[in-house]
Write a protein that binds this ligand. Structure first.
Ligand SMILES: Nc1ncnc2c1ncn2[C@@H]1O[C@H](COP(=O)(O)OP(=O)(O)OP(=O)(O)O)[C@@H](O)[C@H]1O
Length: 686
């Protein structure tokens, strides 16, 4: 059976070139795409059918609808004569035509909506683009029905996820996948985890996935059934209250997000993408909900965030530079869904009834504005060149941000006159957290380097049998390399332990920060800003560590292929050498060169003693040291400057040559003129 073909993403006015999967390097592809806007008109409900009202939305075809269409009224006769003028007692119909990417009428099913909206997004996700879908409309217009649906009639969230699993299955031979989901709600300007209800959560900007909810628990899922259970669990925690317009009205904005990480097995390219499915709370007037008090305040909050959303849509549609995303939690959350790095589908749900005349008209106007938005889409590919190139820019941005945060903090401190002791206490905790992050980064880098160096030694060990002609020397070399490999293993263990301890200490300090915020709400804002800054630093570090791991694994692959080539060459060389030697044709020079090659392939380094002073060795004596011997000497020689763990020569040059002045070295190491005699016991001249 042939593999399904995944094409480039569909979106209007877009020219994203699909790249062959085999190409290891991927450059950044940016393009602009319009938000795809579709309208779904639900069938009239019992109340709308029985009461004295009419249908105000007429679906003409798959793209066109007429709002408040003209009615063919019966002719009006006066004294038996047909009157031409219109009935002045009746309000004129608006008869407005609206064109959308797609219009779904009464009889359309959730499957049809899915086929024509989110199904194509799967291709984009597989290509590493972020995608968002949100349902907008008045209370009872059918948003939840479209997005979530019921177990016997699943909505587009479930159908999209089922399609995503199909794509994952089809591509599993060439890519490794990791899928995680989260489900949150924004209610009364507070963000709540619907799968683990608890304290409200904060929003953060993340380099890789865009806007993220700090502290959110991401659940790994393996099949769509697990998803359905989680959706049901989350929905049961969602804030719902009956309104006049809808007995099960959702009073919060629900955001379901899927994080996808894909690694190409052949090239090790990693792509990350995020799918957000958002079921917005209904926009309504107080009179529609029919409740006062708390429900009215709740409605005001919903309207406030939807108004903020409307303002953002207007600014984006007009192509303005400043977009007021920060006006509400909802718009912050949708930042990358509307104008950012995202392909977006907006489903505008409307009721056909004249009872919802104003709401429907507003929704259609909203949707028309949204059609004008152009977003910048880019692939989320972990790209070596991109990271290197953008590094300076990132640092500059971070510096600016830091200055801004510092200024804000100063303002806040002045404003609220925070107790200086408390302020110092907070600074100390934050400073300690920063130090821990730095340390964590260094340790992770060191661990990678040690791993790579161990790999090099193991390769050297594997090559030995191909060259040695003397068994005792071979065993001696095996032993020496074995010791070095063992030492590297121990260092790796130590670094791993240190990393665990750092992580524990980090959690401890984070808890301390939370406690401080609880005890002293007056510094809550300061803490939030600091947390945001630390989170950003950590994301940057993580990206660097990921990059380093990627480089190391590439290097490892390259080394493996070279090692196998070298092994074959060595075997051949050994056989030639033995034949020459057996027939008495091997000259002294050839034997010396062969021996020096053996040393070299063991990873032994040559130190040339350049000292003109009589130090017990001739001024140009060349000695050979195993690395385990070189390093302690070098360490003593320059204890402060030589941090061999961070020494990058392994990455830059696989054949380092260490040249030191003998007298200086000995004087520094032993601080005695007879030093060289003591040193002889560990030197192995060849
Ligand atoms: N296309 C449709 N076909 C059949 N029934 C529908 C359709 N759309 C909505 N309904 C029904 O209409 C009612 C209200 O729909 P729904 O709860 O989805 O509205 P909503 O826009 O999410 O409202 P709220 O904002 O108050 O949560 C539900 O009983 C739902 O089953």
């Amino acid at each position: 059976m042939g593999k399904p073909e995944y094409r480039s993403p569909r979106h209007r006015n877009v020219s994203i070139k699909s790249r062959p999967l085999t190409k290891p390097k991927t450059t950044l592809v940016r393009s602009s795409a319009n938000v795809k806007v579709v309208v779904r008109v639900r069938p009239p409900n019992d109340r709308e059918r029985t009461e004295n009202n009419r249908v105000v939305v007429k679906v003409v075809d798959e793209q066109l609808l007429i709002f408040d269409p003209k009615i063919n009224t019966q002719s009006f006769f006066y004294h038996g004569v047909e009157q031409k003028g219109r009935d002045l007692l009746r309000k004129a119909n608006k008869d407005l035509q609206f064109m959308f990417d797609r219009v779904f009428g009464f009889n359309c099913t959730n499957e049809e909506v899915f086929e024509n909206t989110t199904k194509n997004l799967i291709n984009s996700l597989m290509d590493g683009y972020n995608c968002s879908v949100f349902a907008y409309g008045a209370t009872g217009a059918g948003k939840t029905h479209t997005m979530i649906g019921h177990s016997d009639n699943p909505g587009i969230t479930y159908l999209t996820m089922a399609e995503l699993f199909k794509a994952k299955q089809a591509l599993h031979t060439e890519r490794n996948f990791e899928l995680g989901i989260s489900y949150i709600e924004v209610y009364n300007e507070l963000v709540q985890d619907l799968l683990n209800p608890g304290a409200p959560l904060q929003l953060r900007d993340d380099g890789r996935y865009g806007v993220m909810v700090a502290g959110i628990k991401v659940h790994k899922i393996e099949n769509p059934q697990e998803l359905f259970m989680l959706l049901a669990q989350g929905n049961s925690n969602r804030t719902q209250h009956p309104t006049d317009a809808n007995a099960e009205s959702s009073r919060s904005h629900a955001v379901f997000q899927v994080y996808i990480q894909m690694e190409f097995k052949a090239t090790r390219e990693v792509r990350a993408a995020k799918l957000s499915m958002i079921d917005l709370a209904g926009s309504e007037r107080g009179s529609v909900t029919g409740y006062g008090g708390a429900r009215f305040a709740e409605g005001a909050n919903i309207n406030k965030s939807l108004l903020a959303l409307g303002n953002c849509i207007n600014s984006l549609a007009d192509g303005q530079k400043y977009v007021p995303y920060r006006d509400s939690k909802l718009t912050r959350l949708l930042k990358d869904s509307l104008g950012g790095n995202c392909q977006t589908v907006m489903v505008a749900n409307v009721s056909p009834s004249s009872l919802s005349y104003d709401d429907t008209y507003n929704t259609l106007k909203y949707a028309m504005r949204a059609k004008k938005i152009k977003s910048q889409v880019k692939k989320n590919v972990v790209n070596v060149e991109l990271h290197a190139g953008e590094y300076v820019k990132i640092v500059e941005e971070l510096k600016k941000e830091l200055e801004k945060v510092k200024a804000q903090l100063r303002e806040k401190v002045d404003e609220k006159k925070v107790d200086p002791k408390l302020s110092m206490q907070l600074s100390k905790v934050i400073e300690d957290r920063k130090k821990l992050l730095d340390r964590m980064y260094n340790v992770e880098c060191s661990e990678n380097m040690v791993m790579l160096r161990r790999q090099l030694k193991e390769d050297a060990d594997a090559r030995l049998s191909g060259l040695f002609t003397d068994t005792s020397k071979k065993e001696e070399a095996h032993r020496r390399l074995g010791n070095t490999v063992g030492r590297f293993h121990r260092q790796e263990d130590t670094l791993k332990n240190e990393l665990t301890n750092i992580k524990l200490a980090k959690i401890d300090l984070e808890n301390k920060t939370v406690e401080l915020a609880k005890k002293h709400p007056e510094i809550g804002q300061m803490i939030e800003l600091e947390n945001e800054r630390l989170f950003k630093t950590e994301s940057q570090y993580q990206a660097s560590v990921d990059l380093m791991q990627k480089k190391c694994s590439l290097l490892e692959e390259e080394l493996k292929s070279r090692a196998s080539l070298l092994e074959k060459t060595c075997k051949m060389l050994q056989s030639c050498y033995l034949q020459l030697k057996g027939h008495g044709f091997a000259t002294d020079l050839l034997c010396q060169e062969y021996q020096s090659l053996v040393d070299h392939l063991q990873g032994r380094k040559h130190i040339t003693w350049d000292s003109p002073v009589d130090s017990g060795l001739s001024s140009t004596t060349s000695i050979s040291l195993n690395e385990s011997e070189v390093i302690p000497v070098m360490r003593k020689f320059n204890n402060e400057n030589l941090n061999f763990l961070n020494n990058t020569y392994v990455m830059d040059s696989p054949k380092p040559k260490v040249k030191v002045c003998a007298e200086e070295l000995m004087a520094k190491v032993y601080k005695t003129p007879n030093a060289i005699k003591k040193r002889k016991d560990i030197v192995h001249p060849n």
